[in-house]
Ligand binder design. Structure first.
Ligand code: ATP
Ligand code: MG
Length: 462
């Protein structure tokens, strides 16, 4: 059988692992700073969870879901997005009754959509996101945007485009919908099949159409801002003023509508592009929503939320394009046993060293020294420990610093102190700035004159 993965999916290999860990780690830290707790609904939900909340007019529900009957004949769907499942979980566990409101939760995990695979678009991809549910406040809406921008900034993004818009409340949206219908009615015959459905179910979605001709038509369509009630308009401008005070560099894009049915009020997207200008799609999208708690039988009086989701593969593609380079799990120590007896000793020594916190490995069987050095180099090891018959006899071990090539024989009893010394010297070169990746040599500078640590990696540039 050919080792082929399912179309549109991709393998996360060990060389990709550090990038996913990097994004997850920074995202989790920012989430905690903003007062969010972790939530993870199951991948599988009853299909209704998405149909009722993500919405029947959304592309996701109409054509992108992985839906099947389980062996008990229940229709289940692999989550195409998290919000629906997160809200379902909050209502199911009655969190809204016990937790302080708003309930603030963040998530990280795979989502599944049957889409045409292309650059930055997969059928299984990771999303990282947040939901703040059970309170209605323009401050909370603004906080979601500044959370997203802060997380992206700490990951090292620059040149981001933050687009915001408002879809208004129900009354504003109803008026706007009528205006859009009137505008598109005579243009419909030249538009795509999907837009015909959107016209019937939710004409706002037409503005989101990716068919160039239809998109073009959308540019001259009536604008939401001309149909906002005074109250909706005030709320939007309040949010914009908070964002300005928070230093968020945004632009209002009155063509921005989000692809999910539940949005109302603030919507936003962040875009990034590769160095050669390729648009990789939105890095994240989100907004305010009303009515999702009650869709699952939750309370109506607190039925508001705001959230966003980012596409982790797209983030990683741009970070790599910007020059982020993270090493695979590099070893501290590679053990080099010369002979069977030495192999046995090294096998148990490896466990001791690992319990001491060192990243250690050894060959799976005893072999030649030249081959060992090649392996050690491949694994990024900083120190080699070499043991043969003579060392066993004298209860010593050869310690080789692979960076300076210095080698000396050390009594076994002195090995811990020797390693501490070797690794503490190397630690001095770490900048202590709290960034989550190893610095390549020369990347981290130690400004002795100023008596300060500076991190020279480009991720911290303002
Ligand atoms: P798009 O307009 O690109 O289809 P979307 O509006 O469908 O995006 P959301 O539902 O808002 O996307 O999902 C949030 C984020 O998840 C997107 O901004 C994007 O970064 C990412 N994303 C969405 N679909 C995919 C996919 N098929 N493959 C990879 N990432 C995706
Ligand atoms: Mg989509």
């Amino acid at each position: 059988m050919n080792p082929i993965n399912v179309k549109g999916t991709h393998d996360i290999l060990p060389s990709d692992g550090p990038y996913f860990a990097y994004v997850r780690e920074i995202f989790s830290q920012v989430a905690q700073v903003y007062g969010y707790g972790y939530i993870e609904p199951p991948v599988l939900e009853y299909t209704d969870v998405f149909v009722r909340s993500t919405g029947e007019s959304s592309d996701i529900v109409r054509k992108e879901m992985y839906t099947f009957d389980d062996k008990g004949g229940r229709s289940v769907t692999m989550r195409p997005e998290f919000t629906a499942g997160v809200i379902r979980a909050m209502v199911g566990s009655k969190l809204y009754a016990t937790a302080d409101l708003p309930i603030k939760a963040f998530y990280f995990g795979p989502a599944f959509r049957y889409e045409r695979p292309q650059l930055g678009r997969y059928r299984q991809f990771y999303q990282a996101g947040i939901e703040a549910v059970g309170a209605d406040s323009p401050y909370l809406d603004a906080e979601a945007v500044v959370f997203a921008v802060t997380a992206l900034g700490l990951m090292g993004f620059h040149d981001l485009k933050v687009k915001v818009n408002t879809l208004g409340g129900q009354q504003s949206r109803a008026a706007y919908r009528e205006a859009l219908k009137a505008y598109f009615a005579d243009k419909l015959p030249e538009m795509c099949e999907d837009c015909h459905t959107r016209f019937e179910l939710n004409p706002l979605r037409i503005l989101d159409c990716k068919v160039p001709h239809d998109h073009e038509l959308g540019l001259n369509a009536p604008k939401m801002k001309d149909y906002l009630t005074e109250e909706d308009e005030k709320r939007f401008y309040d949010i914009l003023s908070y964002l300005a005070t928070l230093g968020v560099d945004y632009e209002v894009d009155d063509g921005l509508v989000r692809g999910l049915d539940y949005y109302g009020g603030l919507v936003f997207e962040v875009h990034g592009s590769t160095k050669d200008g390729q648009d990789i799609g939105a890095l994240l999208g989100g907004g305010h929503y009303d009515g999702l708690l009650s869709a699952f039988g939750g309370p109506e009086d607190i039925d508001h939320g705001v959230g966003f989701a980012m596409g982790v593969e797209r983030l990683i593609a741009i970070l790599k394009d910007q020059g982020l380079s993270l090493p695979e799990n590099d070893l501290d120590i590679y053990l080099m046993p010369m002979g069977e007896k030495a192999y046995e000793n090294c096998f148990f020594l490896a466990q001791d060293l690992r319990m001491g916190g060192f990243k250690v490995d050894l060959p799976f069987k005893s072999g030649k020294l030249g081959a060992y050095f090649k392996k050690a180099e491949k694994r990024g090891a900083k120190v080699a420990l070499i043991a043969g018959d003579s060392e066993i006899e004298h209860d010593t071990i050869q310690v080789k610093n692979l960076q300076t090539q210095e080698q000396r024989e050390v009594p076994m009893a002195e090995l811990p102190a020797t390693l501490d010394e070797l690794f503490s010297v190397q630690d001095d070169h770490e900048c202590g700035c709290g960034c989550h990746h190893d610095h390549e040599e020369g990347h981290c500078c130690h400004d002795e004159a100023e008596g300060e640590h500076h991190c020279c990696c480009h991720h911290h540039e303002e």
